[in-house]
Design a protein around this ligand. Structure first.
Ligand code: SAH
Length: 250
């Protein structure tokens, strides 16, 4: 995947993408990163990228022209990219969109700052607006980095074991199961014995049950979207019965 970011903070973006799983994907060339700073495409001595809003009010608005030129430069490197704007008003990012992004060859992310971007640029140059969630960050960089991270780890060959992404939360509509490592006994508690049993079929069943149970407890909205097969329903019913027993619910 090739991504370009239009950003006033290219160092923030580049530095973040040197670390961990995504950093390795950049090293291996699985993720190619290009940053275009609108400030490098200004024509005045002050390298101005923003101005006061028409109609008054607080804050500044990003100017059209530096963005247009930065976008032109990005398009010359990624000619087939869709242009995605970071915006709290956009479609909410989720795992389904991460999967979709991970299959795209090229994406240009436009990161706003200040009060946002002149609406004429948004109306004419942006293919889709995407939001990280119902809150406002001070710029589009952290939302874009989050989306790039989520998409990159889904690309074939990026994670050591592809299976690990498939078992993550949301991949099949349910939350992940709990994980434990050594030591098996600890003052904070013991590892569930089934995980030490070596019985792979029983372990898989336990994990599935924990996933379904966690989703039932924490995200009933996700569960409501699923049609459980008989096996899953039986596992969940047993989880619910045990949970009610433990908590004294009738
Ligand atoms: N005035 C705007 C917010 C501007 S915040 C409003 O209230 O809608 C500055 C920039 O941060 C935005 O242009 C956008 O690029 C980015 N941003 C803020 N919150 C975001 C979110 N939830 N998702 C994606 N980008 C966001």
């Amino acid at each position: 995947m090739k991504v370009a970011l239009l950003t006033l903070f290219p160092d923030l973006v580049r530095q973040t993408l040197t670390m961990g799983v995504v950093g390795r994907a950049v090293e291996r060339g699985q993720l190619q990163l290009h940053c275009f700073n609108p400030r490098d495409y200004t024509t005045d001595n002050y390298r101005t990228v923003d101005d006061r809003p028409f109609g008054g009010g607080p804050g500044m608005v990003m100017l059209i022209e530096p963005l247009m030129r930065a976008l032109g430069a990005a398009r010359s490197v990624l000619p087939n990219a869709r242009v995605v704007s970071m915006s709290p008003q956009g479609r909410r990012f989720d795992q389904a969109l991460a999967i979709e992004f991970s299959t795209r060859a090229e994406i240009i992310f436009v990161c706003g700052r200040y009060e946002g971007i002149d609406q004429r640029f948004v109306d004419t140059q942006i293919d889709e607006e995407v939001s990280l969630g119902d809150f406002v960050t001070s710029g589009g960089e952290l939302p874009a980095l989050t989306m790039i991270d989520a998409a990159t780890r889904l690309m074939p060959g990026v994670l050591h074991t592809e299976q690990s992404a498939l078992e993550d939360s949301f991949m099949d509509g349910v939350l992940d199961c709990p994980h434990y490592t050594r030591p098996p006994q600890h003052p904070l508690g013991d590892v569930p014995p089934i995980l030490l049993s070596g019985n792979h079929a029983e372990i898989a069943k336990w994990r599935r049950q924990q996933s379904l149970g966690a989703t039932w407890l924490r995200r009933p909205d996700l569960l409501a979207k699923l049609t459980l097969n008989k096996r899953d329903q039986t596992l969940l019913d047993a989880f619910i019965a045990a949970h009610r027993d433990k908590n004294g619910v009738q």
